[in-house]
Design a protein around this ligand. Structure first.
Ligand code: FES
Length: 159
């Protein structure tokens, strides 16, 4: 009699465990599905867009700059730091100043005529933005500039 009662309680507990497991499984499934749905919606709305990709917005970024000097600005967004340099031949180049390695700020070193990332000694070619030394895996994204009578304008990001 006592064993029968204990046996029945054990069976009840096993049934409850199964229900809980099934309920937990459904809860987990709903959570994962909701997460996937939210992630898909975030990607579709552009929350995870790469900084500065594909813009053609025009923005005045400097009044003027002398050969060998640099200027900094934000482009295409307010949180997209960039650097421009007027080369000795008079041409002007500009790049994102976010290092493609671990996102340190890239600096213009006039004496060496190069763009340098001080964090891990990354060096970028000032004419092309290509990596010349160090760990950066990609060149710096280039920003197209136009010189106009009233100043220097950023007119797009060249991918
Ligand atoms: S963050 Fe620029 S070289 Fe590492």
């Amino acid at each position: 009699m006592r064993d029968d009662h204990a046996h029945r309680r054990l069976l009840d507990r096993i049934r409850e465990d199964r229900l809980v497991t099934r309920r937990d499984y459904l809860r987990l499934l709903a959570t994962v599905s909701g997460g996937l749905l939210a992630g898909t919606a975030a990607v579709a709305s552009g929350i995870f867009r790469r900084r500065g990709s594909g813009t053609t917005t025009e923005k005045k970024v400097a009044d003027s700059v002398e050969p060998g000097d640099s200027f900094t600005f934000d482009y295409p967004g307010e949180d997209d730091p960039a650097i421009g340099v007027r080369l000795a031949d008079g041409s002007i180049v500009a790049y994102s100043s976010v290092c493609t390695h671990l996102a340190c700020a890239v600096l213009w070193i006039k004496e060496k005529n190069e763009l340098e990332c001080p964090c891990h000694d990354g060096i970028f070619n000032v004419r092309t933005g290509e990596v010349e030394a160090g760990p950066p895996p990609r060149p710096l994204p280039r920003i197209a500039l136009e010189e106009r009578p009233d100043g220097i304008y950023a007119v797009g990001v060249i991918e």
